[in-house]
Ligand binder design. Sequence first.
Ligand SMILES: NC(=O)c1ccc[n+]([C@@H]2O[C@H](COP(=O)([O-])OP(=O)(O)OC[C@H]3O[C@@H](n4cnc5c(N)ncnc54)[C@H](O)[C@@H]3O)[C@@H](O)[C@H]2O)c1
Length: 364
Amino acid sequence: MLHLPKMRPCILATGGCGYIGSHVVVELVAAGYQVVILDNFENSTHKTAARIKRLCKRHVTIVEGDVCDRALVEDTLLQYNVNAVIHLAGKKAVGESMADPILYFHDNLLGAIALLEAMRNCDVGRIVFSSSATVYGASEMQPLAETASTCVLNPYGRTKLMIEEMIDDVTASAQDFKAVSLRYFNPVGAHPSGQIGENPTDVPNNLFPYVSQTAAGIRDKVRVFGGDYETPDGTGVRDYIHVVDLAKGHVAALDYLFSDHAARHERINLGTGTGYSVLEVIEAFSKASGTRVAYEIVARRPGDVAVSLADATFAKTLLGWEATHNLTRMCKDHWAFQCGGKPDEKDSSFTRQLHFSENVLSGS
Ligand SMILES: NC(=O)c1ccc[n+]([C@@H]2O[C@H](COP(=O)([O-])OP(=O)(O)OC[C@H]3O[C@@H](n4cnc5c(N)ncnc54)[C@H](O)[C@@H]3O)[C@@H](O)[C@H]2O)c1
């Protein structure tokens, strides 16, 4: 049975203008939730905010500010009668976290502390936290179930694991506090409209944006790290998940938290359980984009594992959720966003030309 407030429940999405957050917000609104976004726009733009609002076709409130600002978070929770929080805001680049761990401890940990404190002070007792498969470290045991041991390999991963553990303590201390930590595998793709997607402002850290920018001519070729792994074609295998599937997983997690059988704190993998190698991704992307994506195989990258795959069984049994989009669809949607998506007649700046150059420029 669902214990939903009489009004449509209101969800605060911290980081709701980011890559994953924007898709989560669109799916939340489609599922009937009211949404308030809190974002400081350090990795998003007001143009993205406008697109989110257009895609939602219903009112979405956007509060510009930092999740570390507890007073602001409290004001937002009270002003909008928030019933639950999805906490996506934070920093996410592994390399940057190794170069500047304190920055990651500051933003990710202090952000979570401020948010949890504000939730306690305002009696908001449900949270979905954006965790990551990075908490499994370089485990050789595949596929990875939620019961697999955790291992921290870098400061970014440490913040994810520490926040999960902080949530353990908070849920243990307060009967009415319920949480789900979603451990994402490799989110890729974009909204089918092509209006929102991943738009790295730097050299992409992840494979999909790199391949996509290579197909678009922004980069010469993809450097494939390692061609001698014990995998069918020698390149690393990962569990890629379409960002729209991932977003729907958040809606399922919230529905679960509003049910009468919600446990205190569940960790749940969001992946497909199917792996694709780097070369399979390059091949599929070449087909989707109609461009031969050039690549070269270089030495392995320290810390990388041959295979990382989710055991996605728990999400299916507990939440009734499973991913439905295949690799072809991931590539097609990612490419449509790279190319600017479908023009929106309501916004004259929404031309293919402008979109394309926006994506191109921010990726250089
Ligand atoms: N993208 C991935 O591959 C991936 C994988 C696993 C986990 N995650 C986690 O999912 C979450 C969302 O990731 P994403 O890819 O959408 O990242 P993103 O950078 O696109 O989105 C994060 C959003 O949060 C905002 N933000 C950052 N710090 C903030 C702060 N202190 N206060 C308010 N807003 C702030 C940014 O402006 C941005 O809009 C992150 O917590 C990330 O660690 C992402």
